[in-house]
Design a protein around this ligand. Structure first.
Ligand code: FES
Length: 228
């Protein structure tokens, strides 16, 4: 049987307390090669500091709640292994940096306020609308287009890594625009033109800088930039 490598890893975690004070706290944990970032955080919470706060639910890259900024990129904690972030074979001390997602207000530790993210989707009617432009027949190509963006789990990682969002927090962002593409591409949508008119306004599709960060950040291969 192949023996798993075990190493002490220092988790440098950006925290924010109830008085809104931000600070970095380091926890050292023995990790093996199979451990995910989420498992490490749960162990830290269970054994070292019960006040450490983060979101998670499914532990299987489905619910989208464990998005966080790990070693300078937004990732799902349940999908990212510790050994993929640090080199277990290195002779150096292993340090891994974890912060809350970017472009969103931090509530506590690794938990951000996701309300603005959801509002941007909600205000653009995220459902198929009735109207004259409806085509009843759904062909394979349009199904594939719709299906690609339907894989979004709303984790917010694309929103967090979006460089246009850094400059303009009113920008709709990659997740909302990819979601809107899902309806524009749907043959059953009856209001395509008015949707596109709306999305062409300020803070819409033309604010995308096509940097490609959202494509890299998406854990489900949605490629929001291509949808935009
Ligand atoms: Fe659900 Fe990570 S816990 S996606």
């Amino acid at each position: 049987m192949v023996k798993k490598l075990v190493r002490d890893v220092s988790f440098s975690i950006k925290r924010k307390d109830e008085n809104k004070k931000e600070y970095i706290e380091e926890f050292t944990l023995e990790c093996d090669e199979s451990m995910t970032i989420l498992q490490a955080l749960e162990k830290i919470k269970a054994d070292k500091d019960g006040s450490l706060t983060f979101r998670r639910s499914c532990r299987a890259s489905i619910c989208g709640s464990c998005g966080m900024f790990v070693n300078n990129r937004s990732r799902l904690a349940c999908r990212t292994k510790v050994k993929d972030m640090v080199d277990f074979a290195s002779k150096e001390d292993l340090v891994l940096a974890i912060e809350p997602q970017k472009n969103q207000p931090v509530i506590k530790d690794l938990v951000v306020d996701i309300q603005p993210f959801y509002e941007k989707i909600e205000k653009n009617n995220p459902y198929v609308q009735e109207g004259k432009e409806t085509i009843v027949e759904v062909d394979k190509t349009s199904y594939e287009q719709v299906n690609m963006v339907s894989n979004c789990i709303m984790c917010g990682n694309c929103y967090s890594d979006c460089t246009a969002m850094v400059e303009n927090s009113d920008y709709l962002g990659p997740a909302a625009l990819a979601k809107m593409f899902r309806f524009v591409a749907d043959p059953r949508e009856g209001q395509k033109k008015s949707r596109l008119k709306q999305l062409s306004k300020k803070n819409g599709i033309w604010d995308c800088t096509r940097c490609g960060m959202c494509v890299d950040a998406c854990p489900k291969g949605v490629a929001p930039m291509e949808a935009i």
